[in-house]
Write a protein that binds this ligand. Structure first.
Ligand code: PLP
Length: 389
């Protein structure tokens, strides 16, 4: 159809959702589908969190609330951020959003426009690229290579920055690879960016609690060189198994907070108070279920990495965080899309082709191990069969 904003034709989509839709169709046809495609924890939201929302609704919290989020929740976020990163955040710099994705959307509405370059991870979360393209900006791919444990090289990143660069998007631990960017790279990046004071950074830290093997998270906000131009994205979806609740936040530099808030007012108005009260309970209540979930993820990751590396022509590095593995799969030069398609249509296992995360993802599959060990065992057997066919 003609006549729409010309950039709407550029907008991409998230294959994980189309793969989910196809999996549901197959399930309706009576097939038993193992879904390793979607990025959501397979644990229920903890009951204390659910109960706090139920109570909030029973107590009559049914109306609109402040557009930036209720103060008690922003204070709880600031407190949690301090405990984890030792950085003090002014609650008035925090915008509570309907999921972390809204922070990506609002940030790119602020920074994206024709003539502007935005550096984005490749392979990387699909929403970044979609929104850069929609805004008519130019996406500059920052390769995250397997031989580098899916981190980036700060010198390489800095070599991509020029006077058209307005924003750099970073994501650690990362979707789709589980890669963790080491502190030294972030430090070198922060130092190098002193020369480019107009470049902002969107640091997507949504998986920052899900780390293994003693990896420690370093928020980009800990670096004084760039502190006043970092936007942090985080939320409850992954850490607290609250994907469907739609609760996230952005910490914005004071210089741009008011624009982010205006976008929020014009778009989502505010977040349900019951959801926000549940968010407070999640942060301030017991963390036992989070710790249990991370332990279980680590068990599954260890199983998958070992098993995948035993399969012919499959190699998999050990990711430091999140709940994805990103194995390289070499089957007679078949495209990752064809392999993923075959696994879904013939073996009834949903995965996401690496190519949907950028050109550097070709040859890989994203496997979400937010699924019980038994399913992961079946997947490994199917993949082994497929690779030997
Ligand atoms: N950022 C990354 C890297 C993600 O993988 C996701 C979800 O898959 C999000 C942000 C958005 O999460 P949500 O909007 O559910 O908070």
């Amino acid at each position: 159809m003609d006549g729409l904003n010309k950039f709407i034709y550029e907008i991409g989509s998230d294959s994980a959702f189309s793969i989910l839709a196809r999996s549901n169709e197959l399930i309706k046809q009576g097939k038993e589908v193992i879904n390793l495609g979607i990025g959501q924890p397979d644990f229920p939201t903890a009951s204390n969190i659910v109960e706090s929302a139920v109570k909030a609704l029973r107590d009559g919290n049914h109306g609109y609330s402040s557009s930036n989020g209720i103060l008690e929740l922003r204070e709880a976020v600031a407190n949690d951020f301090f405990n984890r990163n030792n950085v003090e955040i002014d609650p008035s710099d925090i915008l509570i959003t309907p999921g972390g994705k809204a922070v990506i959307f609002y940030t790119l509405l602020m920074f994206g426009q024709p003539g502007v370059e935005i550096i984005t991870p490749d392979p990387g979360f699909i929403a970044y690229r979609s929104m850069i393209d929609y805004m008519g900006a130019k996406a500059i791919a920052l390769p995250h290579r397997m031989e580098n444990n899916f981190s980036f090289d700060a010198e390489e990143l800095l070599s991509l920055v020029n006077n058209k660069t307005r924003l750099i998007i970073l994501n650690s631990p990362a979707n789709p690879t589980g890669g963790v960017v080491p502190y030294e790279q972030l430090k070198r990046l922060a130092e190098g960016l002193k020369k480019f004071p107009n470049v902002f950074i969107l640091s997507d830290e949504i998986y920052s609690r899900i780390l293994f093997d003693g990896h420690k998270h370093s928020s980009l906000l800990t670096f004084s060189e760039v502190k006043d131009r970092v936007i942090v994205l985080d939320g409850w979806s992954k850490t607290y198994s609250m994907t469907g609740w739609r609760l996230g936040y952005g910490i914005f530099p004071k210089s741009i907070f008011k624009y982010a808030e205006k976008l929020a007012i014009n778009c989502h108005s505010c977040i349900s108070i019951a959801t926000q009260l549940a968010g407070i309970e999640a942060l301030n209540g017991s963390q036992d279920s989070v710790n249990k979930m991370i332990k279980e993820f680590q068990k599954r990751r260890d199983f998958l990495v070992a098993e995948l590396n035993n399969i012919n022509n499959v190699s998999c590095v050990t990711p430091g965080g999140a709940f994805y593995v990103f194995p390289k799969i070499n089957k007679k030069n078949q495209k990752s899309k064809d392999i993923s398609n075959f696994l879904l249509e013939k073996k009834f296992v949903a995965t996401v082709p690496g190519s949907s995360f950028g050109v550097n993802g070709e040859g890989f599959l994203r496997i979400s191990y937010a699924s019980k060990l038994e399913n992961l065992k079946s997947f490994v057997n199917f993949l082994d069969e497929f690779m030997n066919e």
